[in-house]
Design a protein around this ligand. Structure first.
Ligand SMILES: [Zn+2]
Length: 159
């Protein structure tokens, strides 16, 4: 327990000159509280001020206004399109993974423009890698899903 302050005794006070909590000598009292104090560091005499640490502690105990707005920013709108694209990308990759998972290398037909492909056929493209035919666009084009994206390729082409 700390001794009650008394004149000529020492007390912790915030020094307005040193700008920190320091030991002060009590110069005069007002009731049970120090009134004037003298900083033992800079010898400045000033009115007693509660140590800043004590003031901060009591401030921290004070109830704070709830920050309702925090974390509830309406930032979804601009990123919604991005999220949709990302979902499509993931869906595409899942589809692709399912299509090619566990397939033997021999199941993949080397892609050639002259080849004739059908729905769900697996093919291997020199540049794009493994793919699966998503749909036959028309007599000359097929849509093929590769790991990174779907591409329309030619088929049934002479040559
Ligand atoms: Zn001082």
């Amino acid at each position: 327990m700390t001794k009650a302050p008394s004149v000529a005794g020492e007390v912790d006070s915030y020094c307005t000159k040193c700008k920190m909590d320091l030991n002060h000598r009590v110069v005069s009292m007002k009731a049970t509280k120090p009134h004037q104090v003298m900083c033992l560091t800079c010898n400045t005499q000033h009115l007693y001020r509660k140590p800043a640490s004590a003031a901060a502690a009591s401030a921290a105990r004070a109830p704070r206004a709830p920050r309702a707005a925090a974390g509830a920013r309406p930032s979804r709108a601009p990123s919604a399109a991005k999220a949709k694209l990302e979902k499509e990308r993931v869906d595409r990759e899942v589809t692709w993974q399912k299509a090619i998972a566990g397939r033997a290398v021999s199941d993949f037909t080397a892609y050639r423009m002259s080849g004739v492909f059908e729905d769900g056929q697996l093919l291997k493209h020199k540049k794009f890698g493994d793919g699966v035919v998503l749909r036959i666009v028309d007599a000359t084009k097929v849509e093929v899903l590769f790991q990174d994206q779907a591409r329309t390729l030619a088929h049934s082409q002479p040559g």
